[in-house]
Design a protein. Sequence first.
Lengths: 260, 376, 226
Amino acid sequence: MLAAGIALGAPAAAAHDGEVNVAVAANFLSTSRALARRFMADHQARVLISSGSTGKLYAQIRHGAPYDLFLAADVRRPRKLEQAGLIVRDSRFTYAVGRLVLWSRDPRQVDTDGRNLKHGRIARLAIANPKTAPYGAAARTALQRLGLWSRYRQDLVRGENVGQTFQFAVTGNVDAAFVALSQISDPHHPQGGSRWIVPERLYPRIEQQAVLLKNAAANPAAADFANFLHSAAARAIIERYGYGVPALRDRQAQRRQPTP
Amino acid sequence: MNGLDASFRLARADFELIADLTIPARGVTALFGPSGSGKTTLLRCLAGLEPEARGHLQLDGEVWQDDTRSVFVAPHRRALGFVFQDTRLFPHLNVRANLDYGRRRAHPIDTRHIQQERFEHIVELLGLSGLLERYPAQLSGGEQQRTAIGRALLTQPRLLLMDEPLAALDAARKRDILPYLDELRRALDIPVVYVTHAIDEVSRLADHLVLIESGQVQASGDLMPLLSRLEYPLAHGEGAMTLIEARIAGHDDAYHLSDLAFAGGSLTVSRQPGEIGDRVRVAVHARDVSIALAPTSQSSILNVLPATVAEISQEDPARVTLRLRLLRPGRKGAADAGSEEDVFLLARITRKSCERLELAPGREVYAQVKSVALVG
Amino acid sequence: MQDLDLTPLWLTLELAAVTTVILLLLGTPLAWWLARTRSRLKTPIEAVIALPLVLPPTVLGFYLLIGLGPDGIVGGPWRAMTGGALAVTFPGLVIGSVLYSLPFVVQPLQNTFETIGNPLLEAAATLRAGPLDRFFTVVLPLARGGFITGATLGFAHTVGEFGVVLMIGGNVPGKTQVISIAIYDHVEALEYAQAHLLSAGLLAFSFVVLFLVYTLNRRWRPALGR
């Protein structure tokens, strides 16, 4: 069934009544809503989205939260869930590749080479909490690799998740924030301001993986949605929102890897 | 000293206060009336505690309120003392500290020596010596009220206002405290306005009287003449009486009696402590006065005073009240027109007797006084 | 387990203390006015003061996020004066805490002032005491219970503040990471050992403080006996 889904794009409209509870990492919220709308246009099921930092959602799932799918912002936590036997076999896959960006709503704060940052000219800086948000961890790594961590860490504002981090920047309560490129690429909410797309060499690749949780084993709609995420239509949306998508061939290779 | 001159208008829920008032510079003026008549409200207006009252008030030439000139002196800037019915001692301060509260804020500021003297004098006057370290909660009602009076006096007021100070006390406490009030009356040189609804307090303590009812002043003037005026409710009811200021004229040691002389004649009473010449105040209740057309020695009653009937008023279907003008000793007949110095006496008898004796204004009679009460 | 950082605890105590002092200074005249006024503004103002009792902290947090931001009604002038941000700073938290704990201080004070009422104040006025004098020599001593209650409630409530701080605090260690946020942080990161220690410590501390205050309150409060 999965293969057929990949080949044809959207699955044939076999109507499945039901609900899909999806937990998504904060950076993926607007994207996941767009995906849900597209999915629900063709399917009878309802997609309910809960968002939070990857770490927070992971903790909830470990404590039995009844989600069907978990779209994390890293590989580590999906892998841990797999190790703990909490996912449907072989359902772990990369659905997006994230990009880190430094953004300010003020057009003058951030330059395209990140020089203002490097010269310490940004007064208040925000990142997502590195302990719970992969984008925050990536931002910390970037600052460390730039030798800026000790300079900024004193007054560093830390958002609960990358969504709140973005809010601090949108309201101007910080001068600039490390957020996901997708957050400023939402076609429905274009953001002006100024940005520096952080060079990939400065932070570990943000591979965002999804898993189908054990709950969902009996929920056909959940499997449908997971399949949908592989479809061309879904990938197009994901790319439009500022993510990379792994090549098909990568994914197949992924699936064949034995779980460690 | 000019005394106090005031006039107020204040609308309240159940009545409107419309009062014009003149109070002499010395002595105790009783503000007397039934409950709810507005006397406490009027007192509070004098203190400035009713800022909505319109009118004017001046004491001794100093203006404390004058609406025409937008003058209103706040209560804390008026040199007055106020004794509340519920004492209002500060519960977090002991007696000494309560007394000191007023003393420390008094004006003018005297030397410490004088202040100390004054403090001791008032403590002694009011019998507070043993109570200084106690807290209000540990005092009896009478002790609390005496403390409150002392506290008010220590501010060196030029006017003392007392709002039914004995109302919250039982008969025994009242009896205890009245001597102190007597003493106070004699010792004070400032006007005192004393609100009460108890006629016995009036008769004992007051020199002047303001009668108030339903927010309006009915009468004001010297106490004794007012008591006998038949226009006022005082002369009616069971407590109707005549107050007489007399002097001890002589003692009869053989029979253990004393003679009291006053403007309307003389009265024999049981032996009084005191010297010849001392002033005493006595009350003659109307119900203790009977009427005879001729003097007789065939009666046990010693006090028989010649008088003329001035007015008669029916009290109820069975009784009348007579207002008698006492003939001055040495005068014959009723030829003199009534003058301010005449002394009047109230008598209450049955209507039947009144008609039988054919009593009418102008008739010469003899008032027989069965019993005389000392009031102070 | 990494070493337990107690900075959030001291920060929390500092925040609670500063907030309580400010609330006592601001709240006393406000409560006094409310206790005595007959103005028509009294009821609407009482309702506004009571809002933090019923609103979820996120509402307050949201308005603070905007209001303390650089375009905000408070944040704008602040930025103009100091050039810095307000929301994600300790001063910003103080402002948020003052609003959040306002009714907990004002209401006990107002109740006490109303109980004291007019009679003793009138007596003091007839004893030559002016308005300020009356307040300090009669009202304050008799209102001691109300002050203790208000201060305790204000302090305790601020120590327990979470939702508002979560929204506007920014979780800056040493500046805005109060203990409730630190505990939340540890829980989210599955650092349960630290979470246990901080939580138990805070629980014990709060209990001891409240116990002491209630005991002392009973001993000090003078009877208003009339």
